[in-house]
Write a protein that binds this ligand. Sequence first.
Ligand code: FAD
Ligand code: DLZ
Ligand code: SF4
Length: 512
Amino acid sequence: MSDGPFLVPVLGDQLSHDLASLRAVDRDGAVVLMMEVADETTYVKHHKAKIAFILSAMRHHAEALRKDGWTVDYVVLDDRANSGSFTGEVARAVERHRPRAIHVTEAGEWRVRAMLDSWTDRFDCPVTIHEDDRFLCSHAEFDSWAAARKQMRMEFFYRDMRRRTGLLLDANGQPEGGQWNYDAENRKPAPGRDLLMPQPIRFRPDAVTKAVIDMVAERFADHIGRLDLFHFAVTREEALRQQKRFLDEALPRFGDYQDAMLTGEPFLWHSILSPYINAGLLDPLALCRAVEERYRAGKVPLNCAEGFIRQIIGWREFVRGVYWHEGPDYGARNALGAKRDLPGFYWTGETDMHCMAEAIGQTIDHAYAHHIQRLMITGNFALIAGIDPHQVHVWYLEVYADAYEWVEMPNVVGMSQFADGGLLGSKPYAAGGAYINRMSDYCRGCRYDVKKRVGEDACPFNALYWDFIARNARTLARNPRMAMPYRNWDRMKEEDRVATREQAARFLDALR
Ligand code: FAD
Ligand code: DLZ
Ligand code: SF4
């Protein structure tokens, strides 16, 4: 065995000081390897700001590790010798350092897991792949939870996570306030503009970030997105400042307006923390404990604290569990047989549907849209228009700064497109214009009339919704949660049904 150092490759979504692979080695006898590689920047055409965020955060993290006493071998994208892949760069590092062993924390997606798995055969030294314990629920724990159930439902998983962490439990181990879930209180429509709207901190790019932005602008000019509005935190300290801003200013109303949408207001009372949590700059459990503390100190109502904690220890952990439980072919599912191409306006925001123009426009500007925009605007449109779920998945993976396959795919393929046939959600999130009108001010500024189903100025969501219902009757009509829409469709006059479907067909034919 070589008496060289331990080699610890740290991937772009592993920017945490408390990482299992770092804990496994002695820092004096280790080399941390960080790699900017073409494969990762182009396996889909990520939003420019997403690439700039990840590469800048990686460069800052390398500096932070060095300050902490680690030796870091950092390969930049522009390095002429850069092989372009994780495996190629580990091979070059093995030549340089002749390590005694490689320690790596497991990857966040099947594609990269396969690379890591190949290293044992490929390299002469032992390779240990550590479980990623930044998540609360391991793969084995999720698998045994799922094996004990006929249906996987987030709500029951979430209750187990509450019990496990002790978050928001009373002295008797019961849920605080007597209920596990206060979602019913968290559906207030968009308020007027008289309320003082919190804003996330806009971090000014430092020299490191500026250099990355320039490189991204040149090298990825044909990727979606703007760089001139770049405002992301790129260090743990900055991310913690944004966390504090959220806790102080937005969390007290987070729950109330969780589903609301307002023209020109991309952030509302959301945390804008997902890019930092997913890249490893913030610790999700510590964040939940800080939220609980605010509740216990009387600074935050229970519906807001519970609503936020549920998103993290409930949804976030649950979708990850589903992603790994279902296997690498999960992304190929298409239970509704949807085949249409994703329309071009998903890349430009140029559409006269005001809700779509807003959600896509801010996505291009900020690599961000909040949950209801992703689910009930862009996701809902793709679902009811019958867009190929794989193309929808690739779009979401490209455009959001927080998108990694383990979290994006179940949200898109499962929750939003129902392409897994109801594994993740019990019914499709399909809606007509009335829902969008109730939760936003979008329809007021739209050339379409949200109240109309047919006619030149009818809101496209209305005819598309009923067309979706009619088109998928064979798959969906027996779902008890879809009984109401099917009853309403059956009650509609025959001529109205025909006119509605013709309206939808005309709209879909004109889609490009
Ligand atoms: P907040 O509204 O402030 O929520 C707090 C935190 O809860 C988030 O930061 C996130 O960590 C977590 N969270 C909330 N909902 C979910 C969820 N459904 N799944 C996992 N975590 C959740 N989230 C991603 O992190 N990456 C994605 O690629 C992604 N793709 C999505 C695609 C679709 C179609 C949908 C419907 C949702 C997707 N989500 C994704 C979940 C959610 O929309 C984002 O986590 C959220 O909008 C991030 O903004 P925020 O930090 O302001 O969230
Ligand atoms: C998303 C991304 C991008 C754009 N670039 C890099 C990179 O150059 N180097 C790196 O280590 N990671 C990058 N990432 C994040 C990885 O894709 C992510 O860590 C893997 O998907 C593993 O889950
Ligand atoms: Fe969207 Fe229809 Fe409302 Fe226009 S009228 S904003 S297309 S829901």
